[in-house]
Design a protein around this ligand. Structure first.
Ligand SMILES: Cc1cc2nc3c(=O)[nH]c(=O)nc-3n(C[C@H](O)[C@H](O)[C@H](O)COP(=O)(O)OP(=O)(O)OC[C@H]3O[C@@H](n4cnc5c(N)ncnc54)[C@H](O)[C@@H]3O)c2cc1C
Length: 403
């Protein structure tokens, strides 16, 4: 290896671009390849929500690290809409977990508070609180445009001397002593490290290296909702879902007269072929979504469904991302993939962990992140139904497979 290692990042989605920027900032020579264009995979199909309203302390810690990074990028010009994030609770037990979350976030200097059911209309005048105990609200959370985030980072990477090759697909690999010769659709590239950030295609990229990676691409649908009149308040991101208790949804303001909603069907997502899946929202999903929305926020002025689409969550068996080497014997091939429904909000912290692996051979910046390595215990086939059931049984993982 030379004094300044050369890392090739495969995939220009949020995980790839955050990894590339973090590496470049730390003096690593970086080349990013994407088989298509920047943010053309799951990242460009996401609803872009970033927040810290989770209940597991480690999951909160990861997001706190990401949000701090995003605040820095915001000060450099990245757009971020601070509309707030409200996670609804239907049981007293969920409210207890939310109270613990408030404490953890407060200790880290993040604002968050509990709302009782009777107080929810202070936040959302249209909300129907029937069946709710209350909610957890983070006023500083919000959403960004993942495509803008990727292009913002691409500019920064280029400014630091990195290269980004679009429509450049990795097709074959030859190992050389201490590194690789990568054959791409645009020619050969020599490098010391490879970061596999190919999202739903990461298993295929791993296979090119003779390795096995278990990531299940699961299809998720989103729809826009047009309103006849603007609301006189901002609709925060609302997560109205309890795992294992049937279909749920999340929704948020997008523009003055427009909301975006995403539907979550418990037990439904089966593996998809990322090169050949239905990328449109199905009519029956739209009908179900309209029912759920009207139930939770009745009397939205003239609400009607607009454009819908579908994209893929790249999901691992335990619903946490893979960051690290598949085989300790090959520490130069680093996986950064499998962030499921959280790949926008987790991307900045994942970029930091990737850089740790390249520069230090271990994650040193964020405590506990060695557990994100795709070890043999974690890198196991994803059984969608069993997986969702086990997550549903763990209240601490509230909402984890989703946002
Ligand atoms: C409807 C929907 C809503 C979502 N909402 C949210 C949300 O609100 N918040 C959140 O945090 N997350 C959300 N997500 C999840 C999030 O979008 C994903 O977790 C994230 O985009 C994954 O990013 P990635 O970089 O791993 O993969 P991708 O964005 O898919 O990038 C992988 C890239 O690799 C490239 N590639 C593949 N094979 C090769 C190859 N052989 N050579 C070169 N390049 C290759 C692809 O072209 C692609 O551009 C949502 C997802 C969906 C579908």
């Amino acid at each position: 290896m030379t004094a300044s290692p050369h890392a090739v990042v495969i995939g220009a989605g949020t995980l790839g671009m955050c990894s590339a920027f973090s590496l470049a900032e730390h003096g690593v020579r970086v080349t990013v390849l994407d088989a298509r264009s920047i943010a053309s995979g799951s990242s460009g199909r996401s609803v872009g929500v970033v927040g810290t309203q989770l209940t597991n302390p480690f999951d909160i810690l990861l997001r706190i690290h990401s949000v701090r990074q995003l605040r820095d990028w915001e000060s450099l010009g990245l757009g971020f809409n601070h509309i707030g994030y409200l996670r609804l609770a239907r049981t007293a037990k969920q409210m207890e977990l939310f109270a613990q979350s408030v404490k953890i976030q407060e200790d880290a200097g993040f604002r968050s508070r509990l709302y009782q059911a009777r107080e929810l209309q202070q936040l959302i005048p249209h909300i129907n609180p029937d069946g709710l105990q209350g909610g957890l609200f983070g006023p500083d959370d919000g959403f960004l445009d993942p495509h803008e985030m990727c292009t913002f980072l691409a500019e920064k990477v280029r400014a630091l001397g990195g290269n980004i090759f679009q429509f450049c697909e990795l097709v074959d690999v030859k190992r050389r002593y201490g590194g690789y010769k990568l054959d791409t659709s645009k020619g050969r590239i020599d490098c010391d490290f490879v970061v596999n950030a190919a999202g739903a295609w990461a298993p295929a990229v791993a296979e090119t290296f003779g390795q096995t990676l278990h990531i299940c691409p699961q299809r998720h649908e989103a729809v826009t909702i047009h309103l006849d009149e603007s609301l006189d308040y901002t609709m925060p991101m609302v997560m109205d879902l309890v795992n294992g208790e049937g279909t749920g949804l999340n929704f948020r303001h997008e523009k003055r007269n427009e909301l975006i909603a995403e539907i979550h069907k418990v037990g439904s997502p089966l593996p998809e072929d990322p090169d050949n899946y239905n990328d449109q929202c199905e009519e029956n999903s739209k009908v179900k979504l309209a029912e759920l929305l009207l139930d939770r926020v009745p009397e939205l002025p003239g609400a009607r469904l607009g454009r819908g689409w579908a994209g893929l969550y790249p999901v691992t068996a335990d619903h946490r991302p893979f960051v690290g080497a598949i085989k300790p014997s090959e520490p130069t091939l680093i996986t950064a993939a499998g962030a499921g429904g959280y790949g926008i909000q987790l991307a900045p912290v994942i970029g930091t962990i990737v850089t740790d692996w390249v520069l230090h051979g271990a994650p040193v910046s964020v405590p506990g992140t060695e557990m994100l390595s795709p070890t043999a215990a974690r890198n196991v086939p994803v059984n969608a139904h069993a997986c969702l059931q086990s997550v549903a049984a763990t209240e601490d993982y509230l909402g984890s497979p989703n946002l």
